[in-house]
Design a protein around this ligand. Structure first.
Ligand SMILES: [Zn+2]
Length: 246
């Protein structure tokens, strides 16, 4: 029964209180993002991003720093400093890595404030401007909170943001070994180019033999190469938000 209610609540979050914004970049855009963040999203993905000269967005939870999540060691504060120093965007993913379906708006707001304070402390005054929903769960009551605090919020529902999109629940594809076989990445990138859309990808670990929620270094490299061949702009989420006209 709870699973059914959660499903209905996810559906309400998707279809109600939509704040539709035009998506009109001069050319198609790709944003790469990493959630949580497992250490390999930095140690393995970082050099690939550097080699291509591109920046990504890392969605962090202060409460996961130095800990384990789904069996993998998570980033340490030093990793976050290095990520920031390399010019990548740091975004918010709640403090405790908690589904918004389990929180009333005041609790979500408190979690976001706590994460903001933690990141601000670690990165010496840094302010996060975009958000990713843990587990992709967007409760209807969460949208107004995200709208107030951030430029935009990213979910995990497959699709390209083109024409217009809900700024508080942007669509994204998973750089996840469980999902990648189901995508035609070349076609998605091509569509982003021809429709002048915004393709957002998210992942977790990046390593050979990734978890179902992660990908290999080659998977990441391939998507970047496809995007470059299709002449997409590759930008962190906040920068992309401005480029698409938000
Ligand atoms: Zn997460």
């Amino acid at each position: 029964m709870n699973a059914f209610i959660d499903k209905m609540r996810r559906r309400a979050g998707r279809y109600l209180h939509v704040r539709s914004e035009p998506i009109r970049p001069e050319r198609g855009v790709l944003s790469l993002s990493f959630d949580d963040v497992p250490v390999t999203a930095w140690t393995e993905a970082g050099p690939i991003l550097a080699e291509h000269g591109i920046k990504a967005t890392y969605y962090v939870c202060g409460g996961l720093a130095g800990g384990q999540n789904m069996g993998l060691p998570q980033f340490e504060p030093e990793h976050l400093e290095a990520i920031h120093e390399a010019g990548h965007e740091v975004g918010c993913h709640t403090y405790e890595h908690v589904s918004t379906l389990t929180l009333i708006p005041e609790q979500l707001d408190a979690s976001l404030a706590r994460n903001a304070a933690w990141v601000n402390d670690v990165l010496g005054g840094y302010e996060m401007t975009t958000f990713a929903y843990p587990f992709g769960d967007c409760a209807l009551g969460a949208k107004a909170v995200i709208d107030r605090r951030f430029l935009c919020g990213r979910g995990v529902r497959d699709g390209i943001n083109a024409g217009s999109a809900d700024r508080n629940l942007l669509q994204a594809i998973g750089l996840e070994s469980r999902r990648l076989p189901g995508y035609d990445l070349e076609a998605l990138v091509q569509r982003a180019a021809t429709e002048k859309g915004w393709l957002i990808a998210y992942g977790h670990d990046v390593m050979d033999g990734p978890t179902p929620y992660g990908c290999t270094p080659d998977d990441l490299d391939r998507l970047i190469r496809l995007a470059k061949t299709a002449d997409l702009d590759i930008l962190p989420v906040a920068e992309a938000w401005r480029a698409v006209g938000g």
